[in-house]
Write a protein that binds this ligand. Structure first.
Ligand SMILES: Cc1ncc(COP(=O)(O)O)c(C=O)c1O
Length: 354
């Protein structure tokens, strides 16, 4: 606290990201990073940018990257907005599209950055409870609102909302923006990007942090009809004209263009996820159906906090959320490499046997 702070700062409860420990030899399964490296083409592109041109500002509009993303998704470049990680894209979108008189709606169990943006921008919100089985029920969102946002698959549950349900939600909600945060969609779901053409209120956000194995490069993007993108650009250009540096623009484009590497990464993670789920269910865990690169699991006897601490003693880090109460028994575990998952499974076997 300080008397020099602006009033809004006193009321902030900042987001706490998963730990990034400095210790070596940890099995790090807590922040949903990809266990495999990015495309070799990304590394070449980034190296090529380490040149005298670094004295010049990067392209403020990231035009080549936006054209590459547009080509990948079959949309026009004026339907694409890029930012410094999808967290920044989301932040701009909250400011640009979700600040209205009515509260916005999102699930009670979801990405915990959403309420943080709301407090920062003073946006009212209402949390809609997930069902008993941790699913989004779109009929619960049938009320006047200032906007709707949720991840698909949801985080931290991993559960996917079917395309037909998203379509129903959009049809029920023509008067405010519906934002679908597709941070994890590439690991097992169908993107809603194809619906952007029909629904002017739809904005889809995506990231290269997970399925492109580029969490360290910080690139995210949004796709929507041009009026929504224009709103995002207005906010961006009132904040930072150059959110993506030269390395990020070149590396991200190389990654988007390397379809084979991207598809191989997603398939490998999905295969390991299937194996992990089977092994954990065998051990007595309940694992929610996951379409993401993580699983959400609880044991009937051993509580989440204790399991997380016991894993940590064995140098394995997973994520545990103590709030809200009904997810306290769960662990969110990133799908790592096969070797990491074997280490995890051996540790869990020893822990639950005690
Ligand atoms: C649901 C969800 N959305 C967005 C993000 C942000 O991703 P990034 O800022 O790395 O693009 C995350 C990160 O974990 C996430 O879980």
């Amino acid at each position: 606290m300080s008397r020099y702070w602006s009033a809004v700062v006193h009321g902030l409860t900042p987001y706490v990201p998963g730990e990034q420990p400095k210790l070596a030899n940890l099995v790090k399964l807590n922040t949903n990073e990809n266990p495999y490296g990015p495309s070799p083409r990304v590394l070449d592109a980034v190296r090529a940018e380490a040149a005298d041109t670094l004295r010049l500002y990067p392209d403020p509009g990231s035009d080549r990257l936006r054209a590459g993303i547009a080509a990948f998704h079959g949309v026009n470049a004026d339907q694409v907005f890029v930012g410094n990680g999808s967290d920044e894209v989301l932040a701009h979108a909250f400011m640009a599209l979700l600040k209205h008189e009515r509260p916005i709606l999102f699930p009670d169990i979801t990405y915990s950055f959403y309420p943080v943006y709301c407090r920062l921008y003073e946006i009212g919100y209402q949390q809609i409870p997930l069902t008993e089985s941790f699913e989004i029920r779109v009929d619960d969102y049938r009320m006047p609102n200032g906007g709707v946002i949720f991840p698909n698959p949801n985080a931290p549950t991993g559960r996917l909302l079917a395309r037909s349900e998203i379509e129903r939600l959009l049809a029920n909600n023509p008067d405010s923006v519906v934002m679908i945060d597709e941070a994890y969609i590439d690991f097992g779901g169908e993107s809603a990007v194809g619906m952007v053409e029909c629904y002017p209120q739809l904005l889809v956000t995506r990231t290269l942090s997970k399925s492109h194995a580029l969490a360290g490069l910080r690139v995210g993007y949004a796709i929507g009809q041009p009026p929504l993108i224009e709103a995002l650009n207005r906010v961006k250009d009132s904040f930072n004209s150059y959110p993506l540096d030269r390395f990020a623009q070149a590396g991200a484009l190389a990654s988007i263009e390397d379809h084979a590497h991207f598809e191989a990464l997603c398939a490998r993670v999905a295969a390991t996820r299937s194996r992990l789920v089977v092994a954990m269910v065998d051990m007595g865990f309940e694992v929610l159906p996951s379409a993401a690169n993580f699983i959400f699991a609880r044991h009937p006897v051993h509580q989440g906090a204790k399991l997380s601490a016991a894993l940590r003693e064995r140098s394995i880090i997973v994520r545990h959320f103590s709030k809200p109460d009904r997810i306290a028994p769960f662990l969110r575990i990133t799908v790592g490499s096969d070797a990491q998952c074997d280490t995890l499974l051996a540790a869990l076997k020893a822990i639950v046997a005690c």
